[in-house]
Design a protein. Structure first.
Length: 68
C-alpha cells in the first residue's frame, strides 16, 4: 500500500509506481472527484486517444420489421 503526506501547501506527490502503472506524464490534466471523505484523481485523456478503441465492434442491429 502506498501512502502520501499532505504538505503545508496541501500538495501530495503521486508515488512513481502508481504514475508508471497509470501512465501519467508531466502536464496531465486531472479531474478531482470526492465521495464522502475519499478523493479520486482521474486523468483526462484527449479525445484522439480513443481512436480505434472499438475497432472490430459488431454494429449490426436487428430491427423489427415495422422499424425499417
Amino acid at each position: 500500500m502506498n501512502t502520501v503526506t499532505v504538505s503545508s501547501k496541501f500538495q501530495v506527490v503521486i508515488p512513481k509506481e502508481i504514475r508508471e502503472d497509470v501512465g501519467l506524464k508531466v502536464g496531465t490534466v486531472m479531474e478531482v472527484i470526492t465521495y464522502g471523505t475519499r478523493i479520486e484523481f482521474i486523468p483526462i485523456q484527449p479525445i484522439k486517444s480513443l481512436k480505434g478503441l472499438f475497432k472490430g465492434l459488431n454494429t449490426d442491429i436487428k430491427r423489427e420489421d415495422d422499424r425499417l
